[in-house]
Design a protein around this ligand. Structure first.
Ligand code: PRX
Length: 630
């Protein structure tokens, strides 16, 4: 066996011994008494009896050795600002934020929703919640009022931290009116809203509810807020993600298991060392932002770059200039971003001194070979794909060069990571597929390793039903991804088994988009599918049936309605969910029992064979779509 195979086997066969060792990478107030309690599957409780604190591990514990070293580097090419916070300064800011939250009534276990652009205050807010044992729920700043309202409703936050606005491509984007609208739509009302005013837009302040961060900060400049030691299993945060139904799921994460998992991944997978700089181009609204902008790098004692802006402004060399300036050693991005950069002047890749950089990690969507090849040749650095999910919090598949150097196989995100007992299963029989080249559902045998979701927020039943009961006859976690494995154990991911689509690395539920579109008064029915796209991986395309066909008299009328429908999506979900096209049909392809045949529509749109259509109710429906495309 190779070194990694050995390491991997031990993580599965001697789970307790393996993770007991990894647990020593973080500080505990009280040492755990039990490594893993799996007496009530599929609910795993990691490091039972241990008490710790995420903020302590990310910030306080580094003060002794690296108080004066950079911790958070906030760069905005939107406002042309750059600010470096040392661990000492970050410690102070986080305490000011924590003191403000406490003053506004937030207690341990309360939820705090964070709806913010990529500014340092967002990091302060996340860490401040962790510090006092409050559960944060970050909502991506690109989401609009409807999506935000459903997350407010489900997480019922005591307080919301937000901002007047963000900026994109040099244009201010208002957040505050969307937040006000979302609170109005939600039956749950937060008792306070704490606002970081960037003076990008003018805010309407709600007296008695809205507070200014600048004022509270001033008041708490020197307030000391000690870390609240919480049980290892205490929830650190919830993060909403899309699934098959229209209602997003609140993925709930613990504290101790998450800290251990991140510390281990920084060592074994990302190979980042204390005192170095990590640069992840994601957004704090997504899981990559949680694990590898905020918590992972900081727990490892690294400086982390938070970047607000486009990858192409002022030019396509901006990220590489940051690598040079801050001597980034580990970088993390998404394939779509690389495809965007591929359209820029290739000279930008060699313009800067990238000698500090050891590897570029890519995740979030399939990494196609040409893209991997291009960036690998351009940077002359290892390009490391990694496959995981909001639910898991850290990589399921990759290569662990901290354990043993391996080269990636382009097109494959790699092998099963330690701790994950990954299986390929037959979707109908649940049988394990062990042969090379056999296609099956990527599944993980319980218990999920530390750092993965504990449950769905306030919905244990849905957690079990959604993730663990989807393969016949087996209590096993389904990723809802198709995969195959080659003879060397390298996996290849072949797309989702459910109605989730992936647009530019953003995970979206087609049902959510359908629900949004259906709220247009003239839409009676709609099917949304993800269609392959050279730049974004996939784009959403909607096929809609109208109530009153007189709205479609000519091309101009059709274009008008299409724009209206897009606007509805912009206003409810946000521009991330906007379909690339809305096409109008008179009937949608369905089975005789009335189920929408989204897969058949998708196949036809991608020029593939629509497969077995014997259960289709009205073949003319699919023909109409074919005719439209022709
Ligand atoms: O379909 C897989 C795809 O993105 C889904 C998870 O998205 P999200 O919850 O946003 O988490 C992203 C964390 C990096 C997966 O179910 N996916 C993610 N990474 C890859 C991928 N597909 C192929 N290759 C990847 N490296």
């Amino acid at each position: 066996m190779t070194a990694y195979e050995d390491f991997y086997r031990r993580s599965i066969d001697d789970r307790e011994g393996f993770w007991a060792e990894e647990a020593q990478r973080i500080d505990w107030k009280t040492a755990p008494q039990q490594v893993c309690d799996y007496s009530n599957p599929p609910f795993a409780r990691w490091f039972v009896g241990g008490t710790t604190n995420l903020c302590h591990n990310a910030v306080d514990r580094h003060l002794e050795k690296r108080a004066g070293q950079a911790a958070l580097i906030a760069v905005s090419t939107e406002t042309n600002t750059e600010q470096v916070y040392t661990f000492q300064q970050l410690h102070a800011e986080v305490q000011r934020m924590a003191a403000s939250l406490l003053e506004l009534g937030v207690q341990k276990g309360d939820r705090v929703l964070i709806y913010m652009p990529m500014i340092a205050e967002a990091a302060f807010a996340m860490l401040a919640c962790a510090r006092i044992g409050a559960i944060h729920s970050v909502v991506f700043g690109g989401f609009a009022a409807g999506a935000l309202a459903s997350r407010i409703e489900d997480s019922s936050p005591k307080l919301i931290v937000s901002s007047d606005g963000g900026s994109r491509g040099g244009k201010a984007v208002e957040y505050k009116p969307l937040l006000d609208e979302a609170i109005a739509q939600s039956s749950h009302k937060p008792s306070a809203v704490l606002l970081a005013d960037r003076k990008l837009t003018t805010m309407k302040i709600v007296a008695g509810r809205d507070y200014m961060w600048s004022e509270l900060r001033e008041k708490h400049l020197d307030t000391v807020v000690p870390c609240e030691w919480v049980d290892s299993t205490h929830p650190s945060y919830t993060l909403y993600t899309s699934g098959t139904t229209g209602k997003p799921k609140g993925v709930q994460r613990d504290t101790g298991g998450y800290a251990v998992a991140l510390a281990a991944s920084m060592k074994h997978i990302y190979c980042g060392n204390p005192g170095e700089t990590y640069f992840s181009t994601s957004d704090i609204g997504w899981v990559v932002g949680h694990s590898y902008i905020i918590y992972g790098p900081l727990i490892a004692g690294m400086a982390t770059i938070m970047y607000e802006g486009l990858p192409t402004r002022p030019d396509g060399g901006i990220w590489w200039s940051l690598v040079e300036k801050y001597k980034v050693t580990v970088m993390f991005s998404a394939p779509t971003a690389v495809r965007v950069l591929k359209k820029q002047d290739p000279a930008l890749l060699t313009k800067y001194d990238l000698s500090s950089l050891r590897a570029l990690f890519l995740a979030g969507e399939p990494l196609d070979e040409p893209t991997a090849q291009w960036i690998s040749e351009g940077l002359k650095k290892p390009i490391i794909d990694n496959y995981w999910q909001t639910e898991t919090g850290w990589p399921i598949l990759s290569i662990a060069n901290g354990v043993e150097e391996k080269t990636s196989k382009f097109g494959s995100p790699g092998v099963a990571m330690y701790g994950y007992n990954v299986k390929l299963l037959d979707e109908n029989t649940g049988d394990e597929l062990t042969g090379a080249g056999q296609k099956g559902v990527v599944a993980i045998e319980g218990p999920l390793p530390p750092g993965c979701m504990q449950t769905i927020w306030r919905d244990d039943e849905r957690f079990v039903k959604t993730y663990w009961n989807s393969i016949p006859g087996k209590l096993v976690y389904s990723t809802f991804d198709w995969g195959v494995r080659d003879q060397d154990g390298y996996f290849f991911i072949l797309g989702r088994t459910d109605d989730v689509i992936n647009v530019a690395g953003h995970r979206l539920g087609t049902r959510e988009i359908e629900e949004s579109i259906s709220s247009h008064p003239n839409i009676s029915e709609v099917a949304v599918v993800g269609i392959a796209d050279a730049l974004k991986g996939q784009v959403a395309v909607a096929f809609a049936v109208v109530k009153d066909a007189s709205a479609l008299v000519d091309d101009a009328a059709r274009a008008k309605l299409e724009a209206e429908v897009m606007k509805v999506v912009d206003n409810t979900i946000g521009a991330v969910g906007r379909p690339a096209r809305v096409r109008f049909v008179t009937v949608l392809p369905k089975t005789r029992s009335g189920k929408l045949l989204r897969r058949a529509i998708q196949a036809v749109c991608e020029g593939r064979d629509a497969g077995d259509l014997t259960t289709m109710d009205d073949p003319a429906a699919l023909q109409q779509i074919k005719d439209l495309l022709a």
